[in-house]
Ligand binder design. Structure first.
Ligand SMILES: Cc1cc2nc3c(=O)[nH]c(=O)nc-3n(C[C@H](O)[C@H](O)[C@H](O)COP(=O)(O)OP(=O)(O)OC[C@H]3O[C@@H](n4cnc5c(N)ncnc54)[C@H](O)[C@@H]3O)c2cc1C
Ligand code: SF4
Length: 387
């Protein structure tokens, strides 16, 4: 696919500063900004791998769209350094609820927080699934079959490989395919591995990476300094911050950084999403929106979709998927008749209390959990009385 075809669809790489070091300041200064009271077509929770691409595509289609991100709008030139110790601010290490009732602090090199999401510090490796990966239950008797097949995704793989773009050797396995850029040279230990594999009669290939091999638009060539997991200051490694967001801004999208979404608002009467409740500078706000998409990665996507907001939880929040890495559309539907819902709270019954054990100790979130006669629902904190 020629560069001009990609540019017709996504001109981001050409919308960077000529030295490729940052998003053009005029794009940010002139960014469209909506008021909380404007009803936008869509509010997207999370401006990472999934949210940014959705934002760009919808902005190009003429939608009024705002993507919220809990972290900052990075400027690679100003904010990143080629140094491990100085890069800890890229990782979301604050205590978060990943299971059970207690938030736990997460290690570094975990999910990202900031515009561009985890692709800011991901490794850049971009293999496709094999066709057989979509039906592991049928072929291998493990996992579950996907409701879609490889063929449904093949053209989208090719599209995104051109837009990032991806560099790698021709892939001989599964559905054999090539990549838009030639493979990067490998290091000394990689050469040793390839020689060993050849001597042993094992086919080995240089894997695909979303790292430009040569100049691409205003983006420069990789300089092989090896700080891909610290945010590529050079901007040779793909992240939505430089691959899709400049084009989204050019087409009228807004990115609202430093804005943590707490929950989705719903209309009690119609059961439809009405916008997002979010915090900025510690102040609670509400952005009106006709639709809401959730793209907050594996911890926050289920968190947002678990409808912790009480009004939301009454109607229920249906998502097409809460798989890690997937974008989930949020729409409301009634899950069960009103009579079976609890008077206050989310309609789930608190789990019955089992015999006290060491795991029912008092916690910071629930200081009276041990020894209390009835248990609060972990989502909405109600005691689950039936109407
Ligand atoms: C260290 C590391 C290395 C990786 N290496 C690879 C690799 O080599 N190849 C590969 O294919 N994948 C890799 N991954 C995985 C890949 O980065 C993720 O699968 C992908 O980024 C997920 O996309 P996403 O849009 O779901 O989430 P993200 O890209 O993480 O974006 C989510 C965004 O949502 C924001 N957010 C979350 N909750 C809220 C909220 N409530 N309000 C506002 N904003 C919110 C976050 O700040 C974040 O910016 C790696 C991941 C990590 C952590
Ligand atoms: S220039 Fe190349 S090696 Fe250095 S961080 Fe970027 S992608 Fe990684």
């Amino acid at each position: 696919m020629s560069a001009s075809t990609v540019r017709d669809r996504n001109a981001s790489a050409w919308l960077l500063t000529p030295d490729g070091s940052r998003t053009r300041p005029d794009l940010l200064d002139g960014m469209r900004r909506y008021a909380d009271t404007d009803e936008v077509d869509i509010a997207i929770i999370g401006c990472g791998a999934g949210g940014s691409v959705l934002l760009q595509r919808l902005a190009r289609a003429g939608w009024s769209a705002v993507a919220f991100d809990a972290g900052p709008f990075w400027d690679p030139e100003r904010d990143w350094v080629s140094d491990e110790a100085g890069s800890h601010h890229l990782y979301w290490t604050e205590p978060r609820q990943i299971g059970g009732g207690d938030p736990v602090p997460l290690g570094s090199n975990n999910s990202g927080r900031g515009v561009g999401g985890s692709m800011i510090h991901y490794a850049g490796y971009t293999p496709r699934f094999h066709p057989s990966d979509f039906r592991t239950l049928t072929t291998d008797g493990v996992g579950a079959d996907w409701p879609i097949a490889y063929g449904d995704l093949a053209r989208y793989y090719a599209d995104i490989e051109n837009e990032l773009p991806v560099a790698g050797e021709d892939w001989p396995w599964g559905d054999p395919h090539s990549y838009p850029h030639h493979a990067h040279p490998v290091s000394g230990n990689g050469e040793t591995f390839l020689r060993g594999a050849e001597a042993a009669g094992v086919t080995a290939k240089v894997g695909p990476v979303a790292i430009a091999n040569g100049r691409f638009g205003h983006r420069p060539h990789c300089i092989y300094r090896g700080f891909c997991l610290q945010g590529c200051k050079v901007n040779a490694k793909a992240s939505p911050l430089i691959t899709h967001l400049p084009d989204a801004l050019e087409h009228g999208a807004e990115v609202r950084a430093d804005s943590m979404v707490a929950s989705i608002g719903f209309d009690e009467r119609t059961g439809r999403a009405t916008g997002v409740h979010y915090f900025r500078d510690g102040v609670p706000r509400f952005q009106r929106a006709r639709m809401v998409a959730v793209a907050g990665y594996s911890i926050e996507t289920p968190g947002c979709c678990s409808t912790r907001h009480r009004r939301a939880s009454r109607t229920g929040c249906a998502t097409t998927s809460t798989r890690p890495g997937a974008t989930s559309w949020c729409r409301a539907r009634r899950r069960r008749p009103a009579a079976s819902r609890t008077r206050s709270g989310c309609g789930r019954r608190p789990r019955p209390r089992s015999a006290p054990s060491s795991s029912t100790r008092p916690t910071r979130r629930n200081p009276t959990s041990a020894g209390t006669p009835s248990r609060r629902c972990r989502r909405c904190r109600s005691r689950g009385r039936s109407t």
